[in-house]
Unconditional design. Structure first.
Length: 219
């Protein structure tokens, strides 16, 4: 199997203009991946599947990742008046990097599996944010094995996969309104769905009933 760098070069040669970047992994595994722009994802995925030398015909795993917004600090040098004299000083500037959601796919070649054990080729897509720009193209039309896994990502992270043949919740019920795998998810405190509450669950359920009776929360 080609290296990720070689695969990136092959994509760029076959699909000029496609936006694909190498994402390096500094860990000992060094499992680098390819970040694909959503607009180019289906074309890139189709190439990876159909190219004879790659033949990445099997998606073994698709999962989601939540990256909330975070505050980052950067030291910059600026000119300030100090005792009436222009002086270059160092200041800390803080800014908030917006968060986003990510869909990650692990690809293998069944066709070339006889050549020995191979590491997966990992591709990923990112949404515009975590609020109102959460659409990504479905890769189920390219790899059918993505169907239920993209439904799980939709259910637990809230990524909306356009072009998916049957996008609906798969673990949570239809009326559920949140996304349990997001990092800012807050567990409910009533546990009405818990048939046999024990220990901490029972304590929180009793606290909820007390607060409900006092009018501090709504049902």
């Amino acid at each position: 199997m080609k290296t990720v760098e070689e695969i990136l070069a092959a994509i760029q040669n076959a699909l000029p203009g496609a936006s694909v970047d190498l994402v390096t992994n500094p860990s000992p595994s060094a499992q680098h991946s390819l970040l694909v722009a959503p607009r180019d994802a289906v074309a890139v995925a189709s190439f990876l599947r159909d190219d004879a030398t790659l033949a990445l015909d099997y998606c073994s795993n698709a999962t989601g990742v939540d990256w909330p917004g975070k505050e980052v600090s950067e030291k910059v040098k600026v000119t300030r008046l100090v005792d009436g004299v222009e002086t270059i000083v160092e200041e800390t500037v803080k800014q908030v990097e917006p968060g986003y959601l990510e869909a990650v796919y692990h690809l293998y070649s069944v066709k070339h599996s006889r050549d020995g054990v191979a590491l997966p080729v990992v591709i990923r897509m990112r949404t515009g944010n975590r609020a109102d720009q959460v659409e990504l193209p479905s890769l189920t039309p390219v790899w059918r094995s993505c169907e239920f896994q993209e439904r799980e990502i939709f259910d637990l992270y809230g990524i909306v996969f356009t072009g998916h043949p049957d996008l609906r919740r798969i673990l949570m019920w239809d009326g559920f309104e949140d996304f349990p795998m997001r990092r800012d998810y807050v567990d409910p405190d009533d546990y009405e769905y818990e048939p046999t509450p024990h220990d901490e669950v029972l304590k929180r359920a009793e606290e909820h009933k007390t607060a409900l009776a006092a009018g501090e929360v709504t049902a």
